[in-house]
Design a protein around this ligand. Structure first.
Ligand code: ZN
Length: 233
C-alpha cells in the first residue's frame, strides 16, 4: 500500500468518526426536547383534575349561599309570624316556612353529594399530581444524562479533531486537498478498497486498465465511475 494511501485512510477513519459523533451531538437537544414532551400529558391530566376540584368547590359554595338565603328568609318569616295577630296569616307564614325548610333539606342533600364528589375529585388530582411528579423526576434524570452525553461527545470531538489536525499536517498538501474535495462531495468515503475488481465506493466493476494501474502501486488511482481513490484491500 502506498504510504499516502495509509495516511489518507487514517485521516478518513477520524473524519468518519467525527461525522458520527457530530450527528450524535446534534441529536442531544432533539432528544432532550422529546423527553420534555413526555410531561405534556401528565401536566394536562393534573390541570384537568385540579379544574374538576375547583368546579365542585364552586358548586358547594353556591349551594351554601342558597341555603343561607333560605335560612334568612325562614328567620324573617318566623319573625313576621311571631308579630302577627291574624290566625290566617300565621298559618300562611307557617306554610311558607315549611316550604323553605324543605328546600333547605333538599339543598343540604345536594351539598353532601357534592362533598362526596369533591373527595373523589381530590383523590383523582392527588393521583395525577403523583404521576406527574414521578414523570418529572424521570424526565429530569433523562435530560441530565443527555447533558452529560453532550459534554462527553464534545470532548471526544475535540480530541479527534486535534488528532486529525496532526495527521493532516503530515499528508502531502495536494493529496490532502484531493481527499478533502472527495470527502466533501461523496460524503461517506474518499478512499475505498477494491474487492473482486469492484469499487468499494460505488460498487461498479472497474475496467482492466484501472486495475493494472492500481497494481503498479506508484501513484493514486481513481475509480473511473465515482472518482474515489482506490486501494487493494
Ligand atoms: Zn467507484
Amino acid at each position: 500500500m502506498l504510504p499516502s494511501i495509509a495516511s489518507l485512510l487514517q485521516l478518513q477513519e477520524r473524519d468518519q468518526r467525527l461525522r458520527g459523533l457530530t450527528k450524535d451531538l446534534k441529536d442531544v437537544p432533539v432528544l432532550q426536547q422529546r423527553a420534555k414532551l413526555q410531561l405534556a400529558d401528565d401536566t394536562a391530566a393534573t390541570e384537568a383534575a385540579l379544574t374538576g376540584v375547583r368546579e365542585i368547590e364552586v358548586k358547594i359554595k353556591n349551594v351554601e349561599i342558597d341555603i343561607q338565603t333560605r335560612q334568612n328568609t325562614i328567620k324573617r318569616l318566623q319573625d313576621q309570624q311571631f308579630e302577627t295577630r291574624k290566625n290566617e296569616e300565621f298559618q300562611a307564614l307557617g306554610n311558607e316556612v315549611i316550604r323553605y325548610q324543605n328546600e333547605v333539606r333538599g339543598l343540604e342533600d345536594k351539598e353532601i353529594e357534592f362533598m362526596e364528589q369533591l373527595e373523589a375529585a381530590k383523590e383523582v388530582h392527588k393521583a395525577a399530581a403523583a404521576k406527574l411528579a414521578a414523570t418529572t423526576a424521570r424526565v429530569n434524570e433523562e435530560i441530565a444524562q443527555l447533558e452529560e452525553r453532550g459534554i462527553n461527545l464534545k470532548a471526544r470531538i475535540d480530541e479527534i479533531t486535534a488528532d486529525r489536525a496532526t495527521l493532516a499536517a503530515a499528508v502531502d498538501s495536494g493529496d490532502l486537498s484531493l481527499y478533502d474535495r472527495l470527502m466533501k462531495s461523496k460524503g461517506n468515503a474518499a478512499v475505498v478498497p477494491v474487492e473482486n475488481g469492484i469499487c468499494g465506493g460505488c460498487h461498479m466493476k472497474l475496467v482492466t486498465a484501472t486495475l493494472t494501474e492500481l497494481k503498479a502501486n506508484d501513484h493514486l488511482v481513481h475509480c473511473e465511475q465515482c472518482g474515489r481513490v482506490l486501494y487493494f484491500a
